[in-house]
Design a protein around this ligand. Structure first.
Ligand SMILES: Cc1cc2nc3c(=O)[nH]c(=O)nc-3n(C[C@H](O)[C@H](O)[C@H](O)COP(=O)(O)OP(=O)(O)OC[C@H]3O[C@@H](n4cnc5c(N)ncnc54)[C@H](O)[C@@H]3O)c2cc1C
Ligand SMILES: *[C@@H]1O[C@H](CO)[C@@H](O)[C@H](O)[C@H]1NC(C)=O
Ligand SMILES: *[C@@H]1O[C@H](CO)[C@@H](O)[C@H](O)[C@H]1NC(C)=O
Length: 620
C-alpha cells in the first residue's frame, strides 16, 4: 500500500483509473446521443407524416396496428379504390436512424419499443434483472419490423404442411408458397430460382460486409457436414451468410415496403399515428364487430367499420385487445370484470424462440463499440462501407436436425447463428437484454478491452414444446398485460437447448475455427459456481440463466378448425363466434415455424388480404 503511494507510481495508476473511467463515460454518452437520435429526423420524402388527419366516421375496413402484418394488409385492401381503409398505429413515424442496420440494439432502448417484460421465473431468465426477460416489441410505423434484426427466413416447408395437417385448409406449403413469392423482392444471386420471389415489395439481400469470423463459421459448419446453401430454398438444413430484409444497407420495414411507395397516391387509405385502439366494438346480441374505440389527439373516438375490423396488433397486444373487447376465456374475463361476449382460448398457446448464447474469444477482429457508435453512420451515404449494413452484427446462420443427423433434408430443431461481437461490444446489448450487473461485470466486462476480440453463437431452439400465456392485469388498455413465457415448462426445451450449446462449442474443433483461434470464454456464471464448468449440468445452468428471447412471440390467437377447442380463428382468420372480425399477425400461428417469423408474417398478411378480397367479392 505504502509503496503504491510513492508519487512516481501514483501517476500511472491514476492515469489508468482515469482512462477506464473515461471509457465508461464515453460509452454512456454515446448511449445518450442515440437516445436523442432515436427521436430524430424522418424521411420526409417517403413518410406520410400527416398528423392532422381528420378521421372519418366510418370506413369499410379498419386495420389495428401498422406492424409487419398491418401495413401489408392495409396496402393490399386499399388496392380496391372503392374501399376506404383506416390503419391505426399506437406509435409514431420511422426515423432515419432506424434505417441503419447496425444500430438495431439501440432501438430497444427508446420509446419506439413497448418494453414488455415477462413475469419472474425461477427456472428461466435467471441472468436477467428480477429474473424477468425483456420482451421488446415495435411501437412505430412498421411495428416490430423496425426493431428486428432483419434476419430473413421462411421456415421449413413441413411447418406449413403441419398447419394444414392440424386442419387448416389452405395453409400447406404448396398453398402458401405463392404468397412468399408475392411479397419477396430478393436479389440474393444464388437463391433457388424456382422458389424465390424477385419482384415483391419486401427487399431481401445479402449484407455487403463480412467479417473473418463469419467466414470461419461457414467453414467450420461445412467441415461438420452441412452444405453451404439457400436455407430459404428446397432444403433448409445448411449454412449461409444471412439473407436480410435490407436493400442498399437500409432496413426494409413493412412500412417502407408497403406504405412509402403509396405516399400521396392512395386517397382511400388513411393512416393515423399515435392512435391507441382501446376496444373493438361488438354488438352483444348479433355478435357482430362494427367498429373500434381509439385514443388519439387527446381524446377517445368511435370509428365505425362497414365491412370488417382486422386486428394486427402483434402476439401480445392482439390477445390483450380481444380480451378487452369481451373476446376471450370467459372465466378469466369475468375475474377481471369484463363481460364475455364469446368464450375463446385467447392468450393461450404463447410460443417463442430462445437462444442461450455462448461467447468465444478469437484472434480475428470482432466488432467493437466504435463500429456501432460512429456518429457518421447516420449519414446514409457512408453506410455502404464497413459494418453499418450489418444487422446488429448478426452475420450467418445454420440449421440442424439434431434428432435425425443422418437426414440430408431434415426438419431442423436447432439453428445456430453467429454474431461477430460480444455482450460487451456495445453497452446497448446488455441493457436491451436487461442483464444483471453482477453477471455482466463478472463475465463480460473484461472483454470491453479493445485488444480482446470475441464473438457469440446463439443456439436457437426451433420447435419448443412449452406454451405460455398472456393474461389481462387490468381493464385499462394502457396497462400492460401479464406475460407468462413459461420457458422450459417442458423438459425437451431445456434438453435441446443444452444440445444446441454443445453443438456450438463442438465447432471450434474444426480447422475453420482453429485458424482464428476460437476458444470458449470460460468465465463462470457466479450463481452456477458449484457446478463443474463444461459439464451438461453446467450448460443447463447456463441455459436457465441466458434465456435470451429471439423475439418470436406467436400463437396467442391460434388458427384451427372448428373442432379444435383451443382455436380462436378459423382458417380464413375469422374470429370464431363473431362476425366481421379477423386476426392477421403472428398470433394466428398454431405452431411456431422453424426460423425467424417476420417473413412468414408477411405471408400471413398477403394471404389474409386475398381471402378478405375474395370474401367481399373483389377480383383483381
Ligand atoms: C427486437 C426484435 C428482433 C427481431 N428479429 C427478427 C429477425 O431478425 N428476423 C425475423 O424474421 N423476425 C424478427 N423479429 C420478429 C418479427 O419482427 C415479428 O415476428 C413480426 O414483426 C411480427 O409482426 P406482427 O405484425 O405480428 O406484429 P408487430 O410487427 O409487432 O406489429 C404490431 C403493431 O401494432 C401496434 N399496436 C399494438 N397494439 C395496438 C393498439 N391497441 N392500437 C394501435 N396499434 C397497436 C404496435 O405498435 C405495432 O406497430 C424480431 C422482433 C423483435 C422485437
Ligand atoms: C439501391 O441503390 C441503387 C444505386 O444507387 C439504386 O439504383 C437502386 O434503386 C436502389 N434500390 C432500391 C430498392 O432502392
Ligand atoms: C490466430 O491463431 C491461429 C492459431 O493459433 C494462428 O494460426 C493464426 O496465424 C493467428 N492469426 C493471427 C491473425 O494472429
Amino acid at each position: 500500500m505504502f509503496f503504491l503511494l510513492q508519487p512516481r507510481l501514483l501517476l500511472p495508476v491514476l492515469v489508468c483509473l482515469l482512462c477506464a473511467f473515461t471509457w465508461a463515460q464515453e460509452r454512456n454518452v454515446i448511449l445518450e446521443t442515440f437516445d436523442f437520435l432515436r427521436r430524430g429526423q424522418i424521411d420526409a420524402n417517403l413518410e406520410n407524416y400527416d398528423n392532422n388527419l381528420q378521421m372519418e366516421k366510418e370506413y369499410d375496413f379498419i386495420v389495428v396496428g401498422a406492424g409487419t402484418a398491418g401495413c401489408a394488409i392495409a396496402a393490399r385492401l386499399s388496392e380496391n379504390p372503392k374501399w376506404k381503409v383506416l390503419l391505426l398505429e399506437a406509435g409514431g413515424p420511422e426515423s432515419l436512424i432506424m434505417d441503419v442496420p447496425i444500430v438495431a440494439h439501440f432501438l430497444q432502448l427508446g420509446e419506439m419499443n413497448w418494453k414488455y417484460r415477462t413475469q419472474p421465473s425461477d427456472r428461466a431468465c435467471l441472468a436477467m434483472n428480477n429474473n424477468r426477460c425483456n420482451w421488446p416489441r415495435g411501437k412505430v410505423m412498421g411495428g416490430s419490423s423496425v426493431l428486428n434484426y432483419m434476419m430473413y427466413t421462411r421456415g421449413n416447408r413441413r411447418d406449413y404442411d403441419r398447419w394444414a395437417e392440424l386442419g387448416n385448409v389452405g395453409w400447406g406449403w404448396r398453398d402458401v408458397l405463392p404468397y412468399f413469392k408475392k411479397y419477396e423482392g430478393s436479389n440474393v444471386p444464388d437463391a433457388d430460382e424456382d422458389l424465390v420471389g424477385r419482384n415483391g415489395p419486401v427487399k431481401v439481400s445479402y449484407v455487403n460486409w463480412r467479417s473473418k469470423i463469419a467466414d470461419a463459421f461457414l467453414e467450420a459448419v461445412q467441415q461438420d457436414g452441412l452444405q453451404h446453401r439457400d436455407y430459404n430454398g428446397h432444403i433448409q438444413n445448411g449454412v449461409n451468410y444471412l439473407h436480410t430484409t435490407t436493400r442498399n444497407s437500409t432496413r426494409w420495414s413493412s412500412n417502407r415496403a408497403y406504405l412509402y411507395p403509396l405516399k400521396g397516391k392512395r386517397r382511400n387509405l388513411h393512416v393515423k399515428k399515435f392512435a391507441l385502439v382501446t376496444k373493438v366494438l361488438i354488438d352483444p346480441t348479433t355478435k357482430t364487430a362494427y367498429g373500434i374505440m381509439v385514443r388519439t389527439d387527446g381524446r377517445e373516438h368511435k370509428i365505425l367499420a362497414r365491412r370488417e375490423v382486422i386486428v394486427s396488433a402483434g402476439a401480445i397486444n392482439t390477445p390483450q385487445l380481444l380480451m378487452l373487447s369481451g373476446v376471450g376465456p370467459a372465466q378469466h374475463l369475468r375475474e377481471v370484470g369484463i363481460k364475455p361476449i364469446v368464450d375463446l382460448a385467447v392468450g393461450f398457446n404463447l410460443q417463442d424462440h430462445t437462444a442461450p448464447a455462448v461467447t468465444f474469444t478469437t484472434n480475428a477482429t470482432s466488432l467493437h463499440f466504435e463500429d456501432f457508435a460512429d456518429p457518421t453512420l447516420v449519414n446514409r451515404f457512408n453506410r455502404q462501407e464497413g459494418p453499418y449494413g450489418s444487422p446488429g452484427g448478426c452475420e450467418a446462420m445454420a440449421f440442424w436436425d439434431l434428432d435425425h443427423p443422418q437426414l440430408k433434408d431434415g426438419w431442423p430443431d436447432i439453428e445456430l447463428f453467429l454474431v461477430g461481437g460480444s455482450m460487451s461490444s456495445n453497452p446497448a446489448i446488455s441493457r436491451a437484454f436487461g442483464l444483471k450487473k453482477i453477471i455482466y461485470d463478472s463475465m463480460f466486462a473484461e472483454i470491453e478491452d479493445k485488444e480482446l476480440n470475441a464473438f457469440m453463437i446463439f443456439p436457437m431452439i426451433l420447435r419448443p414444446k412449452s406454451r405460455g400465456r398472456i393474461m389481462l392485469k387490468s381493464t385499462d388498455p394502457q396497462k400492460y398485460p401479464l406475460i407468462y413465457s413459461n420457458y422450459y415448462a417442458h423438459p425437451y426445451d431445456v434438453d435441446i437447448s443444452v444440445r444446441g450449446v454443445q453443438k456450438a462449442i463442438s465447432l471450434i474443433n474444426y480447422p475453420g475455427f482453429k485458424k482464428i483461434n476460437a476458444k470458449v470464454w470460460n468465465r463462470r456464471i457466479p450463481t452456477c459456481k458449484g457446478i463443474e464448468f463444461g459439464t451438461r449440468d453446467y450448460w443447463e445452468c447456463h441455459v436457465r440463466h441466458f434465456t435470451f428471447t429471439i423475439y418470436h412471440y406467436s400463437g396467442t390467437a391460434k388458427m384451427g378448425p372448428a373442432t379444435d377447442p383451443a382455436a380462436v380463428v378459423d382458417p380464413r382468420l375469422r374470429v370464431y363466434g363473431i362476425k366481421n372480425l379477423r386476426v392477421a399477425d403472428a398470433s394466428i400461428m398454431p405452431e411456431i415455424m422453424s426460423g425467424h417469423p417476420n417473413g412468414p408474417v408477411f405471408m400471413i398478411a398477403e394471404k389474409a388480404a386475398d381471402m378478405i378480397k375474395e370474401d367481399h367479392g373483389f377480383k383483381q
